[in-house]
Design a protein around this ligand. Structure first.
Ligand code: ADP
Length: 325
């Protein structure tokens, strides 16, 4: 990986939601959903983003594609600053970056036929000729494993997996470079999950796509990712190629996540690490290392100082006091 094939660069990105109370909407604090994230996504790679529910994965994904206004920080796409964009800039960005959502049911308008849902994106991006549009819609449907005549049907006529295929066709319609997939298979039956994951893998190669793939399920993340970023309370705590994360995780939080996902094995000598308690509130994260309140390896500095994310080994980043340079 070189800086030449960086598709997306994220620098110290923050997204805070203000929490208000009373009739006068007095501000009583901020939910620090994303709190200083820096990462890169390279051409043709899948970066898996994993972490417990509520740690800021969706907010990060939504902020990257500018569905949410960043509080501070920078986002660059192919070197161009996309942190603040006007309406035209946003429309152009939607051609390059698309999103696939978790719930295929609610991400499709029930009153719109499939052809209109996919056609809308093509029209916005300048494909004015109706016949050309319809041909492209049929081609896309066939490519995602549906049939051309499904174009004239409504969302309720499809199963969950088929609806997700329509969502994928809609995202592909404008030839994006990057797709943010937010838990795209977690609402589907396990057998269907594998089909959709295979489809996404094939499309990645065929269309030269990159994915930011958000999931809490480690087996899904393991299957789909080239690199993995582990998120805890608004921050990236570890980021590395997939094999590093699974074969020698450095951060105690990553260890705990992997341990929790292990299948019970009476012969295994590995002790299961049980994460104590819930994720603390992102309105009031613990001082120092945010994970110290639940960490089985906390050190003296953990409650006092915030560990920076450092490159401990080439390509393997970690934010933990036990790894210092
Ligand atoms: P994840 O995707 O990891 O489950 P989210 O990004 O959905 O996490 O949420 C991170 C935190 O931000 C949670 O505490 C959530 O309640 C909060 N949050 C998300 N969206 C909003 C919003 N629109 N307004 C206020 N708080 C929000």
């Amino acid at each position: 990986m070189t800086s030449d094939n960086k598709l997306l660069e994220v620098k110290d990105l923050k997204k805070y939601y203000s929490v208000t109370t009373g009739l006068l909407a007095r501000n009583i604090g901020d939910v620090k959903a994303v709190d200083g994230v820096s990462l890169d996504i390279y051409d043709g790679e899948t970066l898996g983003l994993v972490g417990e529910s509520g740690c800021g994965k969706s907010t990060l994904g939504r902020t990257l594609i500018r569905l949410e206004e960043p509080t501070s920080g920078k986002i660059l796409f192919r070197g161009q600053d996309i942190t603040r964009l006007d309406k035209k800039g946003l429309t152009n960005l939607r051609r390059d970056i698309q999103m696939i959502f978790q719930d295929p049911q609610s991400s499709l308008d029930p009153r719109m036929r499939v052809a209109d849902t996919i056609g809308e994106a093509l029209l916005i991006h300048g494909m004015k000729d109706e016949k050309e549009r319809f041909n492209r819609i049929k081609e896309l449907l066939e490519r995602v494993g549906l049939e051309a005549d499904h174009a004239l049907r409504y969302p309720h006529e499809f199963s969950g997996g088929q609806k997700q295929r329509i969502g994928i066709a809609r995202a592909l319609a404008v030839n994006p470079k990057l797709i943010v997939a937010d838990e795209p298979v977690s609402a589907l039956d396990v057998s269907i999950q594998a089909q959709i994951l295979n489809l996404l893998s094939d499309l990645k190669i065929e269309f030269g796509l990159s994915y930011l793939f958000i999931a809490h399920d480690l087996s899904v993340i393991r299957y789909i990712s080239d690199r993995i970023a582990v998120m805890y309370l608004g921050k990236i705590v570890e980021m590395a190629p997939k094999e590093h994360i699974f074969d020698h995780p450095l951060h105690p939080y990553t260890e705990a996540l992997l341990s929790a996902a292990l299948k019970p094995d009476p012969h295994s000598k590995k002790e299961r690490i049980i994460l104590q308690g819930d994720v603390p509130s992102p309105m009031n994260p613990p001082p120092g290392c945010r994970f110290h309140t639940r960490c089985h390896k906390a050190v003296e500095d953990s409650p006092r100082l915030e560990p920076p994310l450092i490159e401990w080994e080439p390509g393997h980043w970690v934010a933990c006091h036990r790894f210092r340079k």
